[in-house]
Design a protein around this ligand. Structure first.
Ligand SMILES: [Zn+2]
Length: 419
């Protein structure tokens, strides 16, 4: 677990809760409360169950999920057929309600391909096995009122999203945090999170998350990384080598909204050199060093060139792309803003006339300001450096636009170097 905590901090990702499902103080009281709520709703019942079980995953598999009769994740283990009496959760009761919520976007799944996958799963979703006999799974949380059974992962693990936010111990905290604005998951755990979990929440009379954002995998040499494939890339090494911001930049620009992204060192180098250095960093350095050298670091006015309306239109698209979690698209458009800046600087040839060019630099410094704001979620460190060079406090979306006049910039420095 410490490896995940370390990685988060190395990636400049903050978190205010990190929960383990073995946590008896924060987690268990909420799990038990949730189970009891589901019982109250009449959605838990006991039934004999026969299924194919993988001891590696500790879950039941369907025929379809196996490859040559083996679990794809545990090919060396035998799949065993188990018959036992289990508690079940009445998922089937919530099929239609969930479909309605998805269709009118009250529960929004992004991207659409994943939403459609869940809509078709819900067509014939059956009730799910919700407990295991204690004899076969000795470490689970006991089912309230029945010591012979322990809870199966669904109630035990999925519930961490609300127990972490206070469910079962602090209602005030829960109400201030829940429902989640967005729940982020990988595509391999879609069914549990997009069908089982919201059904459980509805049954327990708890609001469901507003949005579920489902991302793809980061591939290496075209396939999923794995020890046996020998294509594992260690993020720690890459962050060390290329820096956290370029690494974040690369990952987000490589991931299409509805698919997988490829990681390789050749690719990250190419993107750093072409996008970040060749386009973005060079533009900012050119503008700021020119202003420092020729105008004593002061801008006073803005040139009302059509480039301003072109960039303003791009800014609207970028905001929408961020709202839609389409980071790849947002990045493309931010680079287009930088491109427009470069083209404008080149066309105006400010080195030719100092007096006429004063307003050109004013406009260009404003473009740099906009770039610092727009890149902030993706490259917070680089963005902070650029704000410092612009002699500005960290600005927000409200400060986008071309209103910076009569302003003294800070000391220009090269933001990023070629690799
Ligand atoms: Zn398995």
């Amino acid at each position: 677990m410490s490896v995940f905590k370390d990685l988060y901090s190395k990636l400049s990702i903050s978190n205010d809760q990190f929960i383990r499902t073995t946590d008896k103080k924060i987690h268990h009281p909420g799990v038990i409360k949730l189970w009891e709520k589901l019982v109250e709703s009449g959605d838990i019942y006991k039934k004999k169950y026969k299924g194919l079980y993988c001891t590696g995953c500790e879950i039941f598999k369907t025929e379809k999920e196996l490859e040559n009769g083996k679990c794809p994740n545990h090919p060396t283990r035998e799949i065993t057929e188990i018959e036992e009496e289990n508690y079940f959760f009445r998922l089937s009761r919530y099929r239609d309600q969930l479909k309605e919520l998805l269709k009118n976007n009250e529960y929004k799944i992004i991207p659409d391909t994943r939403k459609n996958e869940i809509l078709s799963f819900l067509e014939e979703a059956r009730d799910i096995s919700f407990s295991r006999p204690r004899t076969s799974l000795n470490w689970g949380i006991p089912v309230p009122g029945d010591d012979e059974h322990v809870m199966y992962v669904w109630c035990d693990a999925l519930s961490n999203y609300i127990t972490g936010a206070g469910y079962g111990r602090d209602d005030e905290l829960l109400n201030s945090l829940w429902p989640a604005d967005v729940h982020v998951i990988g595509k391999d755990i879609l069914r549990f999170h997009a069908a089982f979990w919201p059904a459980m929440l509805i049954s327990a009379d708890i609001p469901i998350p507003k949005v579920l954002f489902v991302h793809g995998f980061i591939l290496s040499q075209g396939t999923k990384m794995g020890k046996s494939t020998g294509n594992v890339i260690e993020p720690f090494d890459q962050i060390e080598k290329y820096g956290v911001d370029p690494f974040r930049y690369y990952i987000l620009q490589a991931m299409p909204i509805a698919g997988d992204g490829e990681y390789s060192e050749d690719l990250i180098k190419e993107r750093i050199n072409m996008d970040l250095v060749g386009n973005f960093s060079n533009f900012c350095y050119r503008v700021l060093s020119f202003t420092a050298k020729n105008y004593e670091s002061v801008i006073s006015e803005i040139d009302n060139d059509p480039v301003i309306s072109e960039i303003s239109a791009k800014i609207d698209v970028i905001k929408k792309s961020y709202e839609a979690f389409d980071f790849k698209k947002a990045i493309q458009e931010i680079l287009a803003v930088s491109d427009l800046g470069n083209g404008y600087f080149q066309k105006k040839e400010p080195w030719k006339s100092k007096e006429i060019s004063k307003s050109v630099l004013g406009t260009c410094v404003n473009i740099c300001k906009n770039l610092a704001i727009l890149f902030q979620p993706i490259m917070p460190g680089i963005s902070e450096q650029l704000f410092r060079q612009l002699n500005l406090d960290q600005l927000t979306w409200d400060n986008l636009g071309f209103d910076l006049k009569d302003h003294r910039i800070g000391k220009p420095e090269i933001l990023l170097k070629r690799v």
